[in-house]
Design a protein around this ligand. Structure first.
Ligand code: ADP
Ligand code: MG
Length: 238
């Protein structure tokens, strides 16, 4: 992937404007965090990028091609949801394999990818269990594993750690950083936790009421917040 380009994105639900004129270029391999208070449009924006929903206005391009013209399987994106969204009746192994089975990926390759992801995420002992038999942290690892086995160019993560307790969140944060370093994939990471964003992201996009308040590196946002809202959210002196 040579980049993701959002141009003047608008999204309305009925008469309500939820995303207002959002433009953003994401570089290959970049770790971008979307932050902002609950209801500011983070998940909506991620769903638009994933092609799960269509913008009311503007365009989203991957490698210079409009996402709506690329089939879902060819977009090179994998999404990880806050709710894990695992299939309860399938084993962990089956959850990991699901989505690869009806593709061109050969069976042996699927097995190799599952083994690799399971080793990376330390979920090998749980491959035969069902999601209901796992802790929250283990389930979240499986959800991330399911994205990894698809070998996406970009991961779209919607508050993946927010259901975990504080201690595990810190552990998983470090694991996500290591994962990003190893996979070199683009990560678009939604969070309402500014510490997560500040420690993980190359650049942070601060959203408020569907609008971008500021885009910058953690240091830029901390040292030169564009306004009191950004300063307050980032925890910078103002
Ligand atoms: P965030 O993820 O930042 O908490 P969301 O993107 O989920 O925010 O929601 C942004 C706004 O859009 C909220 O006011 C929410 O109620 C509204 N919204 C989200 N999805 C829908 C929908 N499918 N229909 C109507 N309103 C929606
Ligand atoms: Mg959300």
């Amino acid at each position: 992937m040579s980049g993701l380009e959002l141009r003047n994105i608008v999204k309305n639900f009925g008469a309500v404007e939820v995303i207002r004129d959002v433009s953003l270029s994401v570089n290959d391999g970049e770790f971008i965090a979307f932050v902002g208070p609950s209801g500011c449009g983070k998940s909506t924006l991620l769903r638009l990028i994933a092609g799960l929903d269509k913008p009311t206005g503007g365009s989203i391009a991957i490698d210079g091609k409009d996402v709506t013209e690329i089939g879902a399987a060819d977009r090179g994106l994998a999404m990880v949801f806050q709710s894990y969204a695992l299939y309860p009746h399938m084993s962990v192994r089956e959850n990991l394999a699901f989505g690869l089975e009806n593709t061109k990926v050969p069976k042996a390759e699927i097995e190799a990818r599952i083994a690799d992801a399971a080793r990376m995420l330390e979920i090998e002992p749980f491959l035969q269990r069902r999601p209901g038999q796992l802790s929250g942290g283990q389930r979240q690892r499986v959800a991330i594993g399911r994205a990894i086995v698809r070998r996406p160019d970009a991961f779209l993560l919607d508050e993946p750690l927010s259901n975990l307790d504080a201690e595990l969140r810190v552990t998983m944060r470090a694991e996500l950083a290591a994962l990003h370093a190893r996979l070199q994939a683009t990560m678009i990471y939604v969070t309402h936790d500014q510490v997560e964003a500040m420690t993980l992201a190359d650049r942070i996009v601060v959203l408020r009421s569907g609008r971008i308040e500021q885009i910058g590196t953690p240091l830029e946002l901390y040292n030169k917040p564009a306004n009191r809202f950004v300063a307050g959210f980032i925890g910078a002196p103002h």
